[in-house]
Write a protein that binds this ligand. Sequence first.
Ligand SMILES: *Cc1c(COP(=O)(O)O)cnc(C)c1O
Length: 237
Amino acid sequence: MNDIADNLAQVRQRISAAAQRCGRSSEEVTLLAVSKTKPASDVEMAIAAGQRAFGENYVQEGVEKIRYFREQRQTDLTWHFIGPLQSNKSRLVAEHFDWCHTVDRLRIATRLSEQRPAGLAPLNVLIQINISDEHSKSGIALEELEALAQQVAALPGLTLRGLMAIPALEIDYHKQFAVASQMAVAFGRLKARYSTVDTLSLGMTDDMEAAIAAGSTLVRIGTAIFGARHPAARPAQ
Ligand SMILES: *Cc1c(COP(=O)(O)O)cnc(C)c1O
């Protein structure tokens, strides 16, 4: 087994152990492999090891990989845009990705909806919540969620699937769990209101266990699968 296949097996093991500890089925948790800054050859190794869902932070880099794998006739992959989104890049996201996790204002949601090609299924979107990191400019406050969700849910080119957050770096499990639980409560309320909502995107390499215990349905894992990035950095906010 190569490193990436080996790492993937270990991550799947971590997910199922975390799910089992809190009485959840590991099938409730989707593993998103975050391949940002990594070459297509790394993605190929992950595909060979059975991985199908990939996350990218940078629009141009993501679109290049999506095009490459489409040319290889590898059509069973799903691509998630998880980076900060500027208006001038929204068209590329709408035209190429299957999901966007970082919707945090009506203007970007409207553009994505208008720019989603008619021949494609609506773009799956998550609303990003700024749950703990006051220094971050990305994401809305929980108090703003109800209004934005209502507007996003009404847009024809989008399907509102749930919530996403990037909590501030925290190494203490109990603190990670407390923040993740706030997200889970908001997610539960949204799910009760919208039948399309089924996804809580929460948990990275260093906090996936706490996120799963709180109720995450999708963990975004980069380092534990593909190794450290250069320069190793926290996600751009
Ligand atoms: C880079 C990134 C990840 C993956 O982080 P790791 O700590 O490498 O697992 C997850 N989510 C977002 C939004 C990211 O930018």
